[in-house]
Design a protein around this ligand. Sequence first.
Ligand code: TXA
Ligand code: MG
Length: 347
Amino acid sequence: MRTRLLKSSAENIAEAAALIRAGQVVAFPTETVYGLGANALDADAVARVFAAKGRPADNPLIVHVASAEDAAPLCHWTQDAQALAQAFWPGPLTMLLRKRGIVPEITTAGLQTVAVRVPRHALALALINASGCPIAAPSANRSGRPSPTSAAHVLEDMSGRIPLILDGGSSAVGVESTVLDMSGGMPTILRPGAVTCEHIAMVLGKCRVADSVMRPVLPGEDAPSPGMRHKHYAPMAKMTLVKGEAGNVAKYITTRYDKHAHAAILAFEDHVPLYGGRRTESLGSNAMDAAHRLFYLLRDMDLKGVTRIYAETLPEDGLGLAVMNRMSRAAGFDLVNADNDLEGEHE
Ligand code: TXA
Ligand code: MG
């Protein structure tokens, strides 16, 4: 199958929508990352998404709709859901609610909840409206790879596997949406994103972050969100996160860096000079920059044959929690404290 890459135009959106209506798979931009979409109510179409992505069948998809009115028929809509939709949709918030029978089992991987969200992206909304159906879409990467934040990244992973990619430029946010479980008494964040626990608590008066967000799911443990069980965001290189005072971090990293032929460093802009001309990629100046660049950098280091990555960390608050969640998973939770371990043996 030849994969075509098309720019945003009324004609191209109509063509993509016709493919969706015909049960095919189309990649499209959202404000977070690119999605791999199909008609969420057509089990055969959704099966093609799982196949193109190489996704395990036990990992459910997010259903993208154009408005809260379109989400309500798919699930048992609640007052709290309505309040959050009013505050954050369109936007990077996915809500898990009890599903209705209209949503096929394959879309939710057999779970009794369905994930719904309205993306904040004109092209995505135009595609959903032109298709006339809700669109089930995971991130448009091959399973296990970093999520794509540009059409070129989608092509890297999906060339020959899907008929069409709509190109909407680079993703504004750069990390995936917040996944919020609304099916129990306490709204619980299963995956942190740009809509934070503080934002949700401002609307509902309560919210918690699941323990599983910043640690690996243990063997035999039931993951609250199936996606947490699977290996994620992994670059080919082995990656280590190094926290601590900036000078200690730089000393720790440079000593180890020098023992590897193909190492790279991820550092915040202000700290780049501390690495003395070694291969250093800037995470920018804050969590927003880091979110925007992280997946691009992980893919770029794969392309450049980097085999060892040392990365600085950032505070786990606001969007920083989402960035640290993705970086920790990319590093297989290998995190060291340079303040304690300057003379350590850690490679
Ligand atoms: O920003 C995003 O959310 C992007 C764009 C394309 O919208 N989509 C995305 O989808 O990241 P995906 O499939 O890569 O991640 C969805 C996550 C997975 O970890 C999945 O396990 C979880 O949401 N999820 C989906 N439905 C669920 C459900 N019913 N119960 C628990 N977790 C669910
Ligand atoms: Mg994904």
